[in-house]
Design a protein around this ligand. Structure first.
Ligand code: ZN
Length: 141
């Protein structure tokens, strides 16, 4: 399998038309993470309503997987609480490393577009970067 096969239409679309890209006014939480293996940077900002993510935005640069991953993440997490997001993160993690039954992946929505990454362990961190930023931001006091 060629790496290009990872780059499905959905990923390309998110890369070309990123959702939630930009900066917000007075975020409640923010975090920046780097992936030195690939040169990717993701900076995310959150607004929280209690422990529910009510708004999310990101900026960054790097490979298609890392940037489309952040855009896809934005569509899945808004409106979810931090416990639900931690669960999604676990499921996503398993998807990136192994074959997981489809019904378990439904909660990930379009993030399933990145399931091909499991064949490319070197790109794991690219795909996980936005979740790592989210995790860091949610622990930021
Ligand atoms: Zn990358």
């Amino acid at each position: 399998m060629d790496l290009d096969e990872l780059y499905q239409d959905l990923l390309l679309d998110h890369h070309k038309n990123p959702r939630c890209y930009g900066k917000m006014e007075s975020p409640d939480k923010q975090a920046e993470v780097h992936n030195p293996l690939c040169g990717d940077v993701i900076n995310i900002e959150l607004k929280l309503d209690g422990d529910v993510v009510s708004d999310f935005s990101y900026t960054g640069s790097g490979c298609l997987i890392s940037q489309a991953g952040a855009s896809l993440l934005s569509e899945v997490i808004i409106g979810k609480n931090l416990a639900e997001i931690a669960e999604l993160s676990d499921t996503y993690d398993r998807m990136l490393k192994s074959s997981v039954p489809e019904e378990e992946l439904e909660c990930l929505g379009d993030l399933q577009a990145l399931s091909g990454v499991k064949q490319f362990p070197a790109r794991y961190k690219c795909a996980k970067l936005a979740f790592m930023a989210l995790n860091k931001a949610s622990k930021d006091e």
